[in-house]
Write a protein that binds this ligand. Structure first.
Ligand code: SAM
Length: 278
């Protein structure tokens, strides 16, 4: 499975906007975050009804709901109008949740206003030059920045599907890299230098969660249609790619595949005293 490569700024800005065009598919196809990750995130950030949370890139609200259920007041900044509308609809029962349609990179975040700033599968789409400082500035001293990264299809070892599906990428994805090898847990980073900022934060903490999932062909084909590397393929070729994957699962895997997805939860606590942010 492919993770977003390190795209150029232009490519990053184009690809991060692509989710909004498939907002409805995104809403049904993306699986929930693992319970253990949610439990650790809530425990570590000590959320309760007095907490103030900023979520960046909430999409249709996959992580937003469990955060809102704590009773915390929550501002969610979402770039895509369709995704923001879906999040508003999904969270209409939570009067303390406000979805703001905006580009976080240009949004004027209130300074020192949040106990938790969180981004789920969204941080890597933000401007790498300013995202860490912008989040730190929005936090109260002692507040937490939590980043969830999703590593689709990454487990202890790559399964046969991960290798066989390369046929579909090779045939239909013009950006196919023939040297690509499916990643495993040992390829994942265990350091995140951008968070190693003693001027702003205490040392970062990483927790990792792997979840084995069974996807029927239709479910998996829905999921791949929400990946930004697939969304950049021209629509006719993309449809052919999805057909190829569906056929592969039906003919070679009996209609369903099992794969492991891995999630990283990075948490850093803002120092109580430190350099002032200008
Ligand atoms: C992969 S989706 C993750 C959505 C959601 N957090 C989830 O876990 O399902 C990335 C999200 O970040 C949003 N996004 C990307 N860049 C953004 C930015 N600069 N400001 C606000 N939202 C952004 C996208 O529109 C999309 O909803």
């Amino acid at each position: 499975m492919r993770e977003p490569m390190q795209p150029s700024d232009e490519e990053r800005i184009r690809r991060r906007a692509s989710f909004d065009g498939v907002a409805d598919v995104y809403d049904w196809a993306r699986p929930n975050y693992p319970d253990a990750l949610l439990a650790d995130l809530l425990a570590e950030s000590r959320l309760d009804s007095s907490s103030r949370v900023l979520e960046i890139g909430c999409g249709p609200g996959l992580l937003t709901r469990p955060l809102a259920e704590t009773g915390a007041s929550l501002t969610a900044v979402e770039l895509g109008p369709n995704l923001a509308a879906l999040a508003r609809a999904r969270l209409s029962g939570f009067p303390e949740v406000h979805v703001v349609e905006a580009d976080f990179d240009r949004w004027d975040a209130p300074e020192g206003a949040f106990d938790l700033v969180v981004a789920a599968t969204a941080f890597h789409w933000l401007d790498p030059e300013r995202r860490v400082d912008a989040c730190a500035r929005a936090l109260v001293p002692g507040g937490r920045l939590a980043i969830v990264d999703t590593h689709w299809g990454v487990g202890a070892e790559a399964g046969r599907f991960q290798f066989d599906v390369q046929e579909c990428y090779a045939r239909w994805n013009p950006g196919y890299d023939p040297s690509f090898v499916p990643r495993t847990l040992q390829d994942l980073p265990i350091r995140r230098p951008e968070l190693e900022r003693p001027d702003l934060f205490e040392p970062p903490r990483l927790r990792r969660y792997s979840v084995m999932r069974r996807y029927f062909a239709e479910e998996y084909c829905g999921l791949v249609q929400t990946f930004s590397d697939i969304l950049r393929i021209e629509s006719e070729r993309r449809a052919q790619f999805v057909n190829c994957v569906a056929r592969l699962i039906e003919t070679r895997f009996g209609g369903a595949i099992e794969r492991t997805d891995t999630y990283d939860l990075w948490v850093v606590r803002k120092r109580n005293v430190g350099r002032r942010h200008e």
